[in-house]
Write a protein that binds this ligand. Structure first.
Ligand SMILES: C[S@@+](CC[C@H](N)C(=O)[O-])C[C@H]1O[C@@H](n2cnc3c(N)ncnc32)[C@H](O)[C@@H]1O
Length: 212
């Protein structure tokens, strides 16, 4: 099943009340590791794309300025309940990860946790993350991917028919998403669920005003 924004809004409205209770523990280790890899410093600006219920906000180091963007009002309402977080300046905004409501080049870092497997067009989402980064800025990703150059097994295809209905696609390849985009992989390590999830650090390699 193809993902689309309308369905995502519906699915994540249903997820919002139970998301943290069901998934926070499972993803905690990956989130921590992603945050470590990103190495945010006090005074830096970070954008959390598809911030959801704000589980990553709890792992931000003190002194960082952040904006979280999400399509779902219900998920953002959950994130709002986590605020304020001592030592962190956090703003939440409704918006589409594929057309971020943010200016070019305003961020030192972008967090793309559990969003590339969710948005209808992950390459568009990645391109937007690159656009809002300052030259040389960094992106961290914690998400599940199909290994590059492989095809999904029948079992995985079948599971995916179910998981896309729950709002996430198991069969996206990071290599396909990054293809042709101005960024390089700095670090890539296996994470939870026997390496199905990965933590990947990227650096933006070129930047043009109006890159879209
Ligand atoms: C699996 S949740 C991940 C949330 C959060 N990043 C986390 O790590 O827990 C996916 C999130 O993406 C949001 N989302 C789905 N489509 C989106 C879009 N086109 N633009 C922005 N957010 C979107 C959903 O509302 C949901 O909050």
């Amino acid at each position: 099943m193809e993902m689309n924004n309308q369905r995502n809004q519906l699915v994540y409205r249903l997820w919002a009340p139970v998301y943290d209770a069901v998934l926070e523990r499972l993803f905690r280790q990956g989130r921590r590791r992603a945050m470590e890899q990103l190495g945010l410093q006090a005074g830096e600006r970070v954008c959390l794309v598809g911030v959801g219920t704000g589980a990553d906000l709890l792992h931000l180091p003190k002194g960082v300025n952040s904006i979280g963007v999400d399509l779902s009002e219900a998920m953002l309402a959950r994130a709002e309940k986590k605020l304020p977080i001592a030592g962190c300046d956090i703003e939440l905004r409704i918006g589409d990860a594929q057309a971020l409501p943010l200016d070019d080049g305003g961020f030192d870092a972008v967090i793309l946790n559990l969003i590339l497997s969710v948005v209808p067009d992950p390459a568009r989402c990645m391109s937007e993350a690159i656009r809002v980064l300052r030259p040389g800025g960094r992106i961290v990703i914690f998400d599940k991917f199909l290994p590059d150059g492989t095809q999904p097994t029948w079992g995985r295809r079948l599971t995916n028919a179910f998981s896309t209905r729950l709002g996430t696609d198991l069969n996206r390849r990071l290599g396909d998403i990054l293809s042709g985009l101005p960024c390089e992989v700095v670090h890539d390590e296996p994470s939870i669920l026997w390496g199905m999830y990965r933590v990947v650090l990227l650096r933006q390699t070129a930047w043009q005003v109006g890159h879209r």
